[in-house]
Design a binder for this molecule. Structure first.
Ligand SMILES: Cc1cc2nc3c(=O)[nH]c(=O)nc-3n(C[C@H](O)[C@H](O)[C@H](O)COP(=O)(O)O)c2cc1C
Length: 216
């Protein structure tokens, strides 16, 4: 099983700005995936040069997209599922995460599951961002599993390396993450089996004509 963790922050964290909280939450996710034996990689938006002005991967002619965009498209295509780690911005999902994901066609994500992991420096853990992430990820084709992870006051829970700070209840936190990730594994395995069996061809994505989405 091969999973991609998307880190939803590109905030400037050079000193004296505070470190990106999302980095530790993504590392905490990686630790739990590792403990479960799942292969995983993290995609950090700060490491991807996105074209400016905005031009999504699918708008480039074949072979003409910037290399980094092509590489990421391939990683998305070959992943079995996704972990979407997001802070909350104005009660919505991270604009950095939405912008990054908007560069790729839904056909790359489709028929695979995703897990929603949100966090905050305050007490709500990004729960309001998680609500509209369901809509976003469903439209993208990577259906979110029902369980979600929300981490309030992430700076008081995780160390920079993703380990728990002293005094935190490891069993409860591990169980909390594992509940969501075990759903992710279940669906990812089921989808992979279905793809391998080829018993039912996946309906094609709407690619060219927006009117294909119209009601009759
Ligand atoms: C424009 C803006 C809007 C924000 N809105 C919210 C919000 O609605 N709820 C919340 O809990 N935090 C909000 N925050 C705080 C961020 O979620 C917080 O800074 C978080 O640590 C950002 O993630 P990062 O540290 O990984 O970059 C907002 C921050 C900014 C800059």
């Amino acid at each position: 099983m091969n999973l991609l963790i998307f880190l939803g922050t590109e905030r400037d964290s050079t000193p004296p700005h505070p470190a990106r909280l999302g980095a530790r939450v993504a590392r905490a996710c990686a630790r739990r995936l590792h403990a479960a034996g799942a292969d995983h990689e993290t995609v950090d938006p700060l490491e991807i040069d996105l074209p400016s002005p905005f031009k999504p991967h699918f708008a480039f002619a074949a072979g003409k997209a910037p290399r980094q965009l092509d590489d990421l498209a391939n990683r998305i295509r070959t992943a079995d599922g996704y972990v979407m780690v997001s802070p909350e911005y104005n009660h919505s999902m991270s604009p950095a995460l939405a912008h990054l994901l908007n560069h790729f066609g839904s056909s790359l994500f489709a028929y695979k599951p995703s897990a929603i992991v949100t966090y905050s420096a305050g007490q709500w853990g990004g729960a309001r961002a998680a609500v509209n992430m369901r809509t976003f990820l469903s439209e993208l084709g990577c259906l979110p599993v029902s369980a979600m992870v929300h981490v309030p006051k992430a700076q008081e829970v995780f160390e920079e390396n993703g380990g728990l700070l002293e005094g935190e209840d490891a069993d409860r936190w591990d169980g909390y993450f594992d509940r969501t990730f075990s759903q992710l594994f279940w669906w990812a395995e089921a989808a992979a089996r279905q793809r391998a069996a080829g018993s039912r061809e996946a309906p094609g994505a709407f690619k060219k004509d927006p009117s294909q989405r119209n009601a009759p």
